[in-house]
Write a protein that binds this ligand. Structure first.
Ligand SMILES: Cc1cc2nc3c(=O)[nH]c(=O)nc-3n(C[C@H](O)[C@H](O)[C@H](O)COP(=O)(O)O)c2cc1C
Length: 160
């Protein structure tokens, strides 16, 4: 069984989760940023990581999620500025699940990811500042070791 980790990451948070997941997986395994990722058809287990942009999985990840088919076992992971239990995050994770729904979704993990200060400033200056801005302070320092540990526990349970 060949495993594939595909991630989309603008500021490095999701990449951090992707690398930890990749290191944890048994051989044979490969890891790619989403724009360089191969077609998923040759892999049986695929972990796909994305960041939340404007309330949705980022657009590059959305394109890749659509390629998932019946032959795939899938693990979804994500980072976001908003609180883990916010409605916005629940909606975005549901969208990712829907896009990959032909596959067998084995597990889902998501946590906050630190938002760079310039992005916070930019969002603050918008005519309608986004809701996630209120949670940006709490996102500082994430994903941290504990976030990674929690994700790997989930991955261990599905025994890829
Ligand atoms: C342009 C932009 C839009 C964002 N929109 C959202 C959003 O709608 N909801 C949210 O929770 N976080 C949002 N964020 C925060 C990111 O999702 C968060 O920092 C994430 O960890 C970034 O992942 P990355 O470091 O892998 O790129 C946004 C960040 C940027 C730069």
């Amino acid at each position: 069984m060949r495993s594939l980790v595909v991630y989309s990451s603008r500021t490095g948070n999701t990449k951090k989760l992707a690398q930890a997941l990749y290191d944890f997986l048994p051989e044979k395994k490969e890891i790619f940023p989403v724009k360089e990722a191969p077609d998923p058809k040759d892999y049986s287990f695929i972990a796909i990581g994305f960041w939340i942009k404007d309330g949705e999985p980022d657009p590059d990840a959305q394109e890749y999620l659509k390629k998932i088919s019946e032959d795939h076992e899938v693990f979804l992971f994500a980072t976001h500025g908003a609180q883990v239990n916010s409605d916005e995050v629940k909606k975005a994770m549901k969208k990712a699940e829907d896009l990959a729904k032909k596959g067998r979704i084995m597990g889902i993990y998501h946590c906050q990811g630190e938002v760079p200060q310039e992005v916070v400033e930019e969002a603050r200056n918008m005519p309608n500042p986004p809701d996630w801005l209120a949670d940006a302070e709490a996102a500082k320092g994430h994903p941290d070791e504990n976030d990674i540990k929690k994700m790997l526990q989930l991955v261990e349970d599905i025994n890829p």
